[in-house]
Design a protein around this ligand. Structure first.
Ligand SMILES: Nc1ncnc2c1ncn2[C@@H]1O[C@H](COP(=O)(O)OP(=O)(O)OP(=O)(O)O)[C@@H](O)[C@H]1O
Ligand SMILES: [Mg+2]
Length: 230
């Protein structure tokens, strides 16, 4: 369980997060929805220890993460899959996959990764530059599964992808959840997280403005889309 209590975060003098409260329970998918600039990436960067300054409580499995370095937080089994995916263009799929070190026990072995991501086996020798956006996203997710992280922070995995690829990513995330991983899913696509996340948080101007159970999300979706500016 990741417990976030009264989290404040700053870039230099800019106060961006204003008292965030949020839980990511073990084995659950939690979505964080908000429009451009709402503070979604900042929330993930705060969890990873990448902000200039944070205050409040960030408790993961009984350890306070606040004031730990990013590498110490990674060693607790938390990994960020960033919005720009960070696939190295000149390296092959396999080289990209094996680049980050295994930092915690229990990472997915290559057989399991190939079962979850059949494209990764087929495209093993392709260079990063030759991958479609969807393939890059899948590789970026596979890469963090290998490291042994159990809490995955996925920043807008569907951004810029065609609807058929978005569906594939949805199925993949559902299967990762079945393996017992905990996932914090940042999105602007409300339909993507509907049915996928157990709990949804809505963020606006650096503040959590609502929390919805997965079961009540469908009924509230027009209100959610309004908040997202859709
Ligand atoms: N390096 C930075 N220095 C100062 N302010 C920043 C920096 N990065 C982001 N911000 C500001 O922090 C606020 C939150 O940005 P953040 O990147 O968390 O938004 P987001 O919800 O992830 O948006 P998007 O959907 O565009 O990715 C914005 O007002 C943004 O301008
Ligand atoms: Mg962002």
């Amino acid at each position: 369980m990741l417990e976030i209590r009264n989290l404040n975060a700053w870039y230099g003098e800019s106060h961006i997060l204003h008292g965030t409260n949020m839980d990511v329970p073990e084995g659950r998918v939690v979505s964080l929805l908000g429009r451009n600039g709402a503070g979604k990436t900042t929330t993930m960067r705060s969890i990873m220890g990448l902000m200039d300054r944070t205050s409040g409580t960030l408790n993961y499995k009984g350890d306070n993460l606040l004031n730990l370095r990013p590498d110490q937080i990674a060693r607790k089994g938390i990994a960020l899959c960033p919005e720009d995916r960070c696939i190295f263009p000149s390296l092959t799929v396999t080289e990209n996959l094996f680049l980050p070190p295994i930092i915690a026990k229990g990472g997915m072995d290559i057989e399991e990764i190939h079962t979850l991501f059949p494209n990764i086996r087929e495209r093993a020798a392709s260079r990063g530059t030759d991958l479609s956006g969807g393939e890059q996203q899948m590789l970026a997710i596979a890469r963090i599964l290998r490291t042994g992280a159990r809490l995955l922070l996925l920043d807008e995995p569907t951004e810029g992808l065609a609807p058929v690829i978005v569906q594939q990513i949805s199925r993949t995330i559902a299967r990762i959840k079945e393996h017992g991983y905990s996932i914090l899913l940042v999105e602007q696509n409300a339909h993507f997280v509907e049915g996928l996340a157990d709990v949804h948080y809505l963020i606006e101007n650096g503040m959590i403005v609502d929390r919805l159970e997965g079961t009540e999300f469908a009924r509230q979706i027009s209100r959610v889309e309004k908040l997202l500016g859709l």
